[in-house]
Design a protein around this ligand. Structure first.
Ligand code: FAD
Length: 386
């Protein structure tokens, strides 16, 4: 049986998060725009801390974190539903209390040093695989890790476009170990890597990281030597559905702005919402948002149930990234010249949502994955459910 309903508890969690975002987070949007336009971070660290304190008090801490680590353990589907809610605002806020999924693969000692402090918000991580010469082609990274006589690893290479790379105090970095393959290392900033912010068209800039003979103890290998690529793919795979989830929230908020404007703005004696040209843009947007919603929840459901979610996640991510970009463009168009100004937040969203078509697998790479799965017979058409 296909069941689209939420349990009473799930509905209550969703509604409480929606109301938290509406009451505590959205009112900060003007402040974020003012700060960003003055070249400052959207929210000052103490404002973020205060929001997180309130979120913690309301019980929203570690939404997808296992209960044994103090989290809500809400599962992938609920995480997607809550990401839709948080996606309704561009305020750079996350509930906190969560850590990168691959840190659970650490030893007990690594969990104490990296996983738990990250969950508690005391440490900040970043994930570094992309290099100047290897983005989509991640298997061809050239950063190297070589063991020296003392048993430590010496890492050399450069990473680029690393989210939080300038703020993080440790990095999960992927490097090639000769004769063994890609390996993941947990490397504290004070072990010697350097970072440099990269200005982008969006508001949160990534960074480049340089490893110049950075010495790392063997205990800092995450998982097994030579098994890092699987960890990297696990990181991406298990979180990919969160990208279209946030896109749905943003697109619904933007579409509501367009609907409101279409009911207010007059041109040639009529409300613009009376013109078919505007109505069709609104209708197409809702159709595309709904499609992404169900594709995303299906991908999350596969993750939650331990099923292979790669194909479904690629479909959801590709669809969501394209949908969000089409919707924000239409919403800007419906607002005419006002849509292009900085008086409204549409242009900010327009810049931010453009990234969705690039990171964590470009549109082209998702299409490549989907086509290859079909052409090689890994996935067959005509299935419904599992
Ligand atoms: C803001 C931002 C944040 C990011 N955060 C992180 C992060 O935290 N950690 C991290 O490791 N990386 C991160 N990235 C990197 C991101 O994942 C890469 O930029 C992305 O995978 C594309 O790689 P590239 O930029 O090298 O483009 P390229 O791989 O050089 O691609 C260039 C163009 O060629 C196309 N192309 C490439 N190969 C093929 C192919 N086989 N078939 C068809 N078309 C192809 C691409 O789709 C693209 O259109 C981030 C990037 C940005 C912009």
């Amino acid at each position: 049986m296909v069941d689209f309903s939420l349990s009473d508890e799930e509905r209550q969690i969703r509604d409480t998060v929606r109301s938290f975002i509406g009451k505590e987070v959205m009112p900060l949007e003007d402040e974020v725009l003012r700060n960003e336009r003055a070249g400052r971070p959207g929210l000052a660290p103490d404002v973020i801390k205060e929001l997180q304190r309130k979120a913690k008090k309301a019980g929203f801490w570690g939404i997808n974190t296992p209960e044994e680590y103090g989290g809500l353990n809400a599962g992938a589907v609920m995480s997607a539903i809550l990401a839709i809610e948080t996606g309704r605002t561009f305020v750079p806020f996350t509930f906190g209390g969560s850590a990168d999924n691959i840190l659970y693969a650490g030893t007990e000692e690594q969990k104490q040093r990296y996983l738990i402090p990250t969950i508690e918000g005391e440490r900040r991580s970043c994930f570094a695989i992309t290099e100047p010469g290897a983005g989509s082609d991640a298997r061809n990274i050239t950063t190297r890790a070589v063991k020296d006589a003392s048993g430590d690893w010496i890492i050399n290479g450069e990473k680029t476009f690393i989210t939080n790379g300038n703020e993080a105090d440790f990095v999960m970095v992927f490097a090639v170990v000769p004769d063994a393959g890609v390996t993941c290392f947990l490397v504290d900033r004070d072990m010697g890597w350097k970072s440099e912010p990269i200005p982008t068209m969006g508001e949160w800039g990534p960074a480049s990281l340089v490893f110049d003979d950075v010495r790392v103890p063997h205990d800092n290998v995450l998982g097994e030597v030579g098994k890092g690529f699987e960890l990297a793919m696990q990181w991406i795979r298990n979180g990919r559905f969160m990208i279209p989830a946030r896109a749905i929230g943003a697109a619904e908020r933007l579409l509501q702005m367009a609907i409101d404007y279409a009911g207010l703005r007059k041109s040639m004696g009529h409300l613009i919402g009376e013109y078919q040209a505007i109505q069709w843009q609104i209708a197409d947007s809702q159709v595309e948002i709904e499609a992404t919603k169900w594709l995303t929840l299906y991908a999350a459901w596969r993750v939650q149930n331990g099923l292979d979610a790669r194909h479904a996640s690629s479909i959801a991510k590709l669809n969501g990234a394209e949908m969000a970009n089409k919707v924000v463009d239409r919403v800007l168009q419906i607002h005419g010249g006002m849509g292009y100004t900085k008086e409204l937040p549409i242009e900010r969203w327009y810049r931010e949502l453009r990234l969705l078509r690039i990171y964590e697998g470009t549109d082209e790479i998702q299409r490549r994955t989907i086509a290859r799965n079909l052409l090689k017979g890994h996935v067959r058409l005509g299935g419904i459910g599992e």
